[in-house]
Design a protein around this ligand. Structure first.
Ligand SMILES: [Zn+2]
Ligand SMILES: [Zn+2]
Length: 293
């Protein structure tokens, strides 16, 4: 195996309050050959923050920015994203007894704020935003959808990148986003294709996404990667979606373990170095606009 092989994590989380935090994660990731991580913030209560409306989301962003700095200090290139996770809508209504319309207004305000930071190059983009991947009420899906549309407007206005968390169902998942983009009246979808990332997609949807010119990420579990390396063109990125929660250790996969899995598949001849370079470097450089390692 050559020394030049480097690996990226195109969507992950770190939790310095409850979990390992970025410094430790980045160090282990780097040791295994990692070079780049896209860090996405968690929900306020994940960091044990007392919920205090919009202020909590400002605190979330402060934590994220510190985590990005820690990862950079450990020698990892980073991209930093903050948003309003669709599951927050359910939590805010169920646990915090917020009125659905208040939740909608809070979500829109958070997206406006994140977009402003993205415009000023403090953050790299908005994420996660999108729709619930589990069954919830129609009203809550509509709230998600309205917040997602606000984020899409900022793709158009400011060129913000967006990590979309969607239901991962079938081609209609992409179809609806395409229709929404059309309603924003931008000539062609290419401007959006450069900025949107469909995160945590299953292989069949990854294929659907790249055939339509969009970026997507695949969860880096060995069995998923083995299938993808055999069946898909190297036109996507790989993510750990690691939530850094000691209550769910290694969920979805530890970033350094994800790298070990890729190396194992390389040794077994399932994937070539060239293919790994495309998904871990070329596609990351192109989507995130970072310099090659
Ligand atoms: Zn997600
Ligand atoms: Zn995630």
């Amino acid at each position: 195996m050559t020394e030049n092989l480097v690996f990226s994590d195109a969507h992950t989380h770190t939790n310095p309050v409850r979990g390992l935090g970025a410094a430790k994660i980045a160090e282990r990731f780097k040791k295994e050959g990692g070079w780049f991580m896209a860090l996405v913030s968690l929900s306020p209560w994940s960091y044990a923050l007392e919920f205090n409306g919009f202020k909590s989301y400002e605190n979330v962003i402060e934590i994220l920015l510190r985590e990005c700095k820690s990862a950079e200090e450990a020698g990892i290139k980073v991209a930093c994203f903050s948003g309003f996770h669709p599951a927050d809508i359910d939590t805010l209504i169920d646990r915090y007894k917020m009125d659905p319309i208040e939740v909608l207004n809070l979500g829109l305000k958070v997206i406006d704020y994140v977009a402003d930071l993205c415009k000023n190059e403090v953050l790299d983009g908005i994420g996660e935003v999108g729709r619930q991947h589990y069954k919830t009420s129609a009203e809550r899906v509509i709230i998600s959808e309205l917040i997602l549309r606000r984020a899409l407007e900022y793709v158009k206005d400011y060129g913000c990148k967006v990590h979309l968390h969607l239901e991962n169902e079938g081609p209609i998942t992409i179809e609806l986003v395409l229709k929404e983009i059309e309603t924003l009246e931008v000539n062609g979808t290419s401007k959006f294709a450069e900025k949107l990332l469909f995160h945590h997609f299953k292989p069949s949807l990854v294929k659907e996404a790249y055939q339509r010119g969009f970026s997507s990420t695949l969860p880096g579990l060995p069995r998923v990667l083995e299938y993808a390396f055999k069946e898909l063109e190297p036109k996507y990125m790989i993510e750990s979606d690691h939530i850094d929660d000691p209550a769910r250790p290694g969920s979805v996969i530890y970033p350094w373990e994800m790298i070990r899995g890729e190396k194992m598949l390389l040794r077994r001849g399932v994937v070539s170095e060239d293919y790994l370079y495309k998904v871990n470097v070329d596609n990351v450089v192109k989507f995130y606009g970072v310099k090659e390692p």
